[in-house]
Design a protein. Structure first.
Length: 248
């Protein structure tokens, strides 16, 4: 066989390699995941750059809030492996899975494994709370969050302190999540990061009945738009901030 024929044979084999994977993560989940990463980094960087970048810090917070809210709703109306009811499991299963990891023989799951499911909840709750607290915060100089006018100055300071402290807990959870992804790659030979990019996993890890056939973009797009409109309405209808905060 000539080199040209060998090249043609290789090309003919590539579709089979693609068919050896099955779709698990829909496009909305993947966009949500990486957009949340980008928004969190943007919020961190703009905060470190100082008060002159406060506006961009707030915008990053808006993005986090919309994304986290979307993922919560998507957990009820999304595709198979995005649904909370399909990946949240009881304490007994979680503990059994954790023990199985000690022997590197833990079962594979098409979607989130039991420990990963808990991390999803923790990160969602942490991100949403972090962004929500920021809406009422102030930097004690001249920048305030868009909902600062709803609370007193003293209460705003309390929320600002919680906003700062929660960041470190959230950063720690993210670091733990990254370590878990790396460990999964090393010990279970499963590339979770790649799967969250392509949406696909090897077919021997995903039974045919567990694969998804659609990303349901027709539902995800208007849901995001609705959340953006809702947040915009809340912000523009919030009372103006005064020197002493709101009237409460």
């Amino acid at each position: 066989m000539t080199s040209f024929e060998q090249t043609l044979a290789t090309l003919d084999e590539e579709p089979e390699a693609v068919q050896a994977e099955r779709l698990v993560w829909d496009l909305p989940v993947r966009i949500f995941h990486w957009s949340l990463v980008a928004a969190f980094i943007a919020a961190f960087v703009t905060n470190k750059l100082g008060v002159r970048y406060f506006k961009y810090h707030v915008w990053a917070g808006y993005a986090v809030l919309v994304l986290a809210s979307f993922r919560v709703f998507w957990g009820f109306v999304g595709t198979r492996h995005a649904l909370f009811r399909n990946f949240l499991r009881g304490p007994r299963i979680v503990l059994a899975y954790a023990r199985s990891l000690l022997t590197h023989q833990g079962p594979h799951y098409p979607g989130h494994n039991p420990l990963g499911a808990l991390m999803v909840l923790a990160l969602l709750a942490g991100a949403a709370a972090q962004a929500a607290l920021g809406l009422f915060a102030n930097d004690e100089i001249y920048n305030v969050g868009p909902l600062y006018g709803l609370v007193s100055k003293n209460f705003s300071l309390v929320l600002t302190s919680a906003h700062r402290r929660l960041f470190y807990l959230l950063a720690g959870a993210i670091a733990l999540h990254v370590l878990a992804v790396v460990a999964h790659k090393i010990f279970k030979k499963e590339n979770l990061a790649r799967a969250m990019i392509t949406g696909r996993k090897a077919e021997h890890l995903v039974p045919a009945r567990e694969a998804i056939g659609s990303s349901r973009l027709w539902l995800a797009a208007p849901l995001v738009a609705l959340l953006v409109v809702a947040l915009t309405w809340i912000i523009f209808n919030a009372p103006a901030a005064s020197a002493d905060g709101g009237d409460f």
